[in-house]
Design a protein around this ligand. Structure first.
Ligand code: UGA
Length: 338
């Protein structure tokens, strides 16, 4: 098959390219505005186009068998700072791709988000793809424009498929962690990337590790390597057509405070020395700006995907060890070449 991978240069995309090239089964056409994270990843079955999503020509879709769409703003700081841009990219620009797929009868694998489940409230159950309610905060908390745009995208894709005009699979990622996640920032920066990148910067530089609103909320983290295998499962299995899947690992549930401790312990073991970083509490409003609201917990039910034969293989410690190890290696290489 020829797979068109939109967002091939991002964290998830670059790992999918690497994974698919290793399997050697398909031709991959990648599109992104940057190829930075693809450095060192190449193969005769891979071609890359440096393009904005708005510039993706209809022909690229027509010539492919499957379109995988990963393009989106996905850092909460952007939802607060530039909510309109989030809607324009995550809904409007992605809709253009949906229309190309409808016009050419192509299967679309759309990456959405765990955030469509919204706020847990009193709900203590695991989130199920086809049963759980999706609960957003008020419009005045603009963070929710991201979840709302992704939810509407899912609903439109689903509506096309009900009409028999589109074959799709929707993937809801739950906090993937792995090498090349986001980007590192100077320790102490507010907003910006997601939590792993912030904590990693703090550990490497010995700066403050910010715990937003006490770090009491829960997340369930999934190793990027388990996420690759989950993708392979939905790509291969015919049962995954016109279905939605949670990609997560409920066994890796942790509070953000516990995550800071675990990352510090693993860093200390791998680096051989304790970091000089220290935990500093900060409010969500100070860290992200007015209009931020958090989710207390985001726990996936993964039985639907497990029924297709996939199972996560990396616990949280292993996931963090592999990723912290990667960044330590990068830092060592940078130090020796400096
Ligand atoms: C983000 C995206 O919005 C989701 O679409 C995406 O599915 C998810 O990441 C993901 O990675 O899959 P969120 O879980 O809120 O959502 O991402 P983070 O920015 O990593 O925040 C996690 C928690 O850590 C939040 O409570 C945040 O306030 C906190 N945090 C973040 C800190 O305590 N310190 C920091 O330095 C950064």
């Amino acid at each position: 098959m020829k797979i068109l991978l939109l967002g091939a240069g991002g964290f998830i995309g670059s790992h999918l390219v690497e994974h698919l090239l290793e399997r050697g089964e398909h031709e991959i056409v990648g599109v992104d505005i940057t190829a930075e994270k693809l450095e060192g990843i190449s193969g005769s079955a891979f071609t890359f186009h440096e393009l904005d999503i708005h510039e993706v020509p209809d022909d690229l879709v027509r010539e492919s068998d499957v379109v995988v769409d990963l393009i989106a703003y996905a850092n909460p700081s952007i939802y607060v700072e530039a909510p309109l841009s989030v809607y324009q990219l995550n809904f409007e620009a992605n809709m253009r791709i949906v229309h190309h797929c409808v016009n050419h009868g192509k299967r679309l694998i759309q990456y959405s988000t765990s955030e469509v489940y919204g706020k847990a409230g009193n709900n203590t159950a695991l989130y199920r793809e086809d049963e759980s309610d999706l609960v957003m905060g008020p419009v005045s908390k603009q963070r929710w424009i991201y979840a709302a745009a992704k939810q509407l995208l899912e609903r439109v894709i689903h509506a096309y498929s009900l009409q028999g005009d589109l074959e799709f699979t929707i993937i809801r990622p739950f906090n993937f962690i792995g090498p090349r996640i986001d980007y590192l920032v100077p320790a102490g920066t507010m907003g910006g990337p997601r939590v792993f990148a912030h904590f990693m910067s703090a550990l490497l530089e010995g700066g403050p590790m910010h715990l937003v609103d006490g770090g009491h909320v829960h997340r369930t983290f999934l190793s990027i390597y388990d996420a690759n295998e989950a993708f392979q499962t939905v790509l291969d299995r015919p049962e995954a057509r016109n279905e939605i899947y949670n990609f997560g690992n409920p066994s890796n549930d942790t509070t953000i405070r516990e995550l800071s401790t675990l990352m510090t312990d693993i860093y200390t073991r791998l680096a051989g020395d304790p970091p000089r970083s220290e935990v500093v509490e900060v409010s969500g409003e100070t860290f992200y700006g007015a209009g931020y609201e958090d989710m207390d917990r985001v726990p996936p039910d993964i039985s639907k995907l497990v029924a297709l034969g996939w199972e996560p293989q990396h616990d949280l410690a292993k996931t963090l060890e592999l990723t912290i190890g990667y960044y330590l290696e990068q830092a060592r290489e940078a130090a020796t070449s400096a």
